[in-house]
Design a protein around this ligand. Sequence first.
Ligand code: NAD
Length: 501
Amino acid sequence: MSIGTVHDAEPATLASNEARVRGLLDREWRLLVDGRRVGAASGKTFPVTSPYTEEVIAHVPDASAEDVDRAIAGAARAFPAWARTTPGERAKALFALADEIERRAQDFAVLDAIDGGAPVGIMLLDVKIALDSLRYFAGLAMETKGYTVPASTNLHFTELQPYGVVGKIIPFNHPFMFAASKIAAPLAAGNTVVLKPAEATPLSALLLADLVQEILPPGVVQVVVGDGPEAPQAIVRSRLVRRIGFTGSEQVGRFIQRSAAEVAVKHVTLELGGKNALIAFPDASPQKVARAAIQGMNFTWSGQSCGSTSRLLVHDDIADEVLAAVAAQLAGRRFVSPLDPEAVQGTMVNKRQYDRVLGYLAGAVDSGARVVTGGGRPASVDKGLFVAPTFLDRVSPEWPVANEEIFGPVVSVIRWTDEEDAVRIANSVDYGLTGSVFTNDISTAHRVARALETGFVWINGAGPHFQGVPYGGWKNSGVGREESLEELLSYTQSKSVTVML
Ligand code: NAD
């Protein structure tokens, strides 16, 4: 039985999803502060817009620093009791939260589809990933353990303790998945959390607050949203928040490192952007490379995924065949409402991102790139901020389109003939998140995987994450590893204790 239909008698349709959204939007949106649902103290709200209809669909509280400070103080008050619970008790609470999320899965998926613009079917998979994550970290909670050290005839041991209040600031591209999964490790480790979703996509996190309020002790999780940097900066700059987990752009990540350091010494982990290379060798199957290049670019989310393989470094011998296969596989793609269960590709999140992507495309074409597929707004579309899945051939590695994170459905194709050149080009960007190698030669595969300056590599694949396998970046793609035991442990601090015998 699939997620989200567990309690639904009928499979979802466009009409049933639209009706569900109407029902969910008919409410007053509230922050979760100190166990209570409240508006911003100022009474201010800001509008949330659908990138499909380009209409305002909700008004949500515009939290100020004052609201955030109240949330942080509440999380600090809730901390000692939560930290005193056993890992088993915390796991039980997280399992209960996951069960309730599973029951409401379709609600979260339609909210993500309406404010973020990604297809509802895929957003349902995001809910499933969040459930896996919550249950994974619930099961791991007992691993927050120390060890003994035979350093002398005395007794030496370490123990791992939570930090206290953790600030979690998340981006727009997987709104619910990040909201639910990124609170799991800090909570399992005994911290309390202040969660700040992105301005463009706050609705599913605010609905999650309903379940949090029902299931977790008051104050253990606080949810605040605000338009602009004031609210997240209040988290970053609070002396009560010693541990910050950020997922978002490199620019904001660096700003957070800087502003946190102005206040105190803090443990900041950063999951940032990427400009990831898929390197295809001449012995690889052109059809398989084409399929992986499409999957790895995450066109489903219009390329708005950090790990997307947005540079296709393909050997000249197979390049024409790969690109012909890409064009054939992408032909006939339809662009429909993100609430349609048949939707396969979503919109850009907002007009700013849409214009930005079109700007990169125009720049690349002016410089001489050849458009293999896409290249702009799909001809068939009369509504929605869609950009067609685009492959640009004959791109030079120095161009902005091949160096900067576009965060749109655009793959830059760079042809090569020499392995060393291919690896050099792959590593020439400042990012280092993911990489992919396609070859049937085991030595080549491992040699190139090892040479890539990235935190995550696929061999003969691109795209999927696996719970338990550490995920995170090198270079400007970030600091820290998530989706794994490392993530759980990063929300603890080690204390060494010596008992003089
Ligand atoms: P963003 O950096 O613009 O915003 C992310 C979050 O930071 C939002 O909640 C935003 O409100 C907040 N923020 C904005 N200004 C801030 C400030 N001055 N201080 C503190 N917080 C601030 O990113 P986005 O546009 O929402 O998301 C796209 C980016 O996220 C891309 O670069 C993408 O690669 C990255 N990303 C990385 C990963 C990963 O795991 N490495 C995953 C998803 C997205």
